[in-house]
Design a protein around this ligand. Structure first.
Ligand code: IMP
Length: 220
């Protein structure tokens, strides 16, 4: 059984619809969201923490809205911005932009405590392992401690990452389905909040990441 780790019921609805209900357990576990300008390390860190907590194979989903005209903001800060500025506030900011193109990105991070064979999808082996491999002579002391960390199973848990991306445009809020920024994100003339779950999954960042994951997981 696969455990989908999130406090967001909207994400679970989409994952269940894609992977077929009954094939995943939901774990409402609030893992630490580290600060990074990239979704991958945030999801990978969350997956390690969730795996240590659950002891079962876990899938962590980290997503964000990236608006081109404001340098990809809110991106990895999407959750904080939704809680503070709100979805209508983001629309107010975007409304005056000459270019309202944007994208949703999703990174799914899978961890079951085991190694992975090399494939085109990235494998996050923990920053300390990479730091140990690239350290110069001046970093000898750091290198020693980094290698010690790297050989510690708890810090070197490999995590497999699956990424999905969908381009779109920021528009005035429309529709009452979906969740989060769905009402202001239009793809091919329809906002995500105007689509049902199946239709959103067919084109969305999460649907694309789930498709890659499902194909790989079926072979594992
Ligand atoms: P997180 O992945 O839970 O950190 O989500 C980041 C932010 O993006 C939250 O404010 C979510 O509501 C929002 N978000 C994540 N995925 C989607 C989506 O598929 N549609 C709309 N908003 C989303």
């Amino acid at each position: 059984m696969l455990t989908y780790v999130t406090t967001n019921p909207g994400k679970v609805r989409e994952a269940e619809s894609y992977l077929s209900s009954g094939s995943i357990d939901r774990l409402e576990y609030d893992y630490t969201e580290i600060q990074s300008d990239d979704l991958g390390p945030i999801a990978a860190h969350g997956a390690r923490e969730a795996y240590r907590h659950a002891g079962d194979p876990v899938l962590v989903d980290d997503a964000g809205l990236f608006i081109d005209g404001i340098d990809g903001f809110p991106g990895p800060y999407s959750s904080y911005v939704e809680d503070t500025l709100g979805v209508d506030g983001v629309w107010d900011v975007a409304a005056d932009l000459p270019d309202r193109s944007a994208a949703f990105r999703c990174v799914l991070a899978y961890c079951d405590g085991e190694e992975f064979a090399a494939t085109p999808d990235p494998i996050d082996r923990d920053d300390r392992v990479a730091a140990a491999a690239t350290a110069g002579p001046d970093d000898a002391a750091d290198e020693t401690s980094a290698q010690a960390d790297a050989t510690d199973d708890r810090s070197a848990l490999p995590v497999k990452l699956f990424e999905g991306y969908v381009p779109g445009t920021i528009v005035a809020p429309r529709g009452d389905g979906g969740f989060g920024y769905d009402p202001i994100f239009e793809h091919d003339g329809t906002t995500f909040a105007e689509m049902d779950t199946e239709r959103k999954n067919a084109v969305s960042h999460r649907g694309r990441a789930l498709a890659k994951f499902a194909e790989w997981f079926a072979q594992r």
